[in-house]
Write a protein that binds this ligand. Sequence first.
Ligand code: NAD
Length: 359
Amino acid sequence: MGNYNITVLKGDGIGPDIVAEAMNVLEAVGKKYNHKFNFNEKLVGGAALDACGVPLPDDTLEACKNCDSILLGAVGGPKWDNLPSNMRPEAGALLRLRKELGLYANLRPAIIHKALSSASPIKPEIIGDSLDILVVRELTGGIYFGERGHREGKYGEEAYDVEAYSEFEVKRIAKTAFEAAMKRNKRVTSIDKSNVLESSKLWRKAVIEVAKDYPEVELDHMYVDNAAMQLVRNPKHFDVIVTSNIFGDIISDEASQITGSIGMLPSASLSDGAFGMYEPIHGSAPDIAGMDIANPIATILSAGMMLRYSFGLNAEADAIEAAVTEVLDAGYRTPDIYSEGTTKVGTKEMGRIISEKIK
Ligand code: NAD
């Protein structure tokens, strides 16, 4: 029997509704497989701003530092959009959490379930009836964290942001990607711009070094402009993609759009060891908050990733994924993925049916 301490950050908008369903699913997994999940709920984002005047209160950060992993809903909303950027829910809470907790590896699976393959904007002859790509994005380095500033230039004011990567940072994220590939189809595509950028040349060299430790994994390299094309032209080429913070930001959004359903996609942000923060890729969807129509599946699958990557509970993670597939195959849909001939259900009902399947 395992005993796991999870800090729960429901956040704003649809966050509370979808996280509640992921917690119910974890309870069902706990009952069936004899584990105890201890949930410690803390405020984050707009909810924390309203209650304590800051987007990431100290006791929330403390709880995040002293637990086995974090389950997050989403933060943000129009009410807090006009605050200075360090006070806004996204920068003030999420970026800070990533940095403080050393969450340098962002894993974003882009999966198309067979039952939803018609939702993809890509032609059926290209996409087939399913797709399964894992984007591994470096999350705490590169241009988003590099030196930045303004200066006087030849033509007046200039602004700059520096893209810098150390060999250590690249090798660390490459290792994450190769380890993930070993559990999948043993293929890694490293995306860079090494025909132009010095930082990308180092990136490529370091990835090739790491590849030597994984002789079973097939490695190829792609320039980011070509990768953006290949993702829509021949998405089945990809198994695991590894790339920098900024390229990963763009490429992972493109990969998720190919699946056609934002409410279905989970993510994990990992540090060294088994610690991680798990959250859906979508935002707080203020337009549908509190209406019991948000799709909880992305958050439920994020909880599944937590079981797999932080707790090493692979059978339990498989059970969550299988339950989701079964429920979709049985025709249940929240409004965002509804099509004629299927059964429309709300957030709570979708969570309940998935939990039932696990029991
Ligand atoms: P969004 O992802 O919240 O919503 C985009 C669209 O997708 C909306 O129409 C929404 O209704 C729909 N949608 C999203 N999740 C859904 C779900 N689970 N089920 C059904 N429909 C869903 O993006 P946005 O509208 O650009 O941003 C809204 C707020 O969320 C903003 O304040 C933004 O800054 C914030 N945001 C937070 C995160 C995060 O917490 N990680 C990520 C992105 C955006």
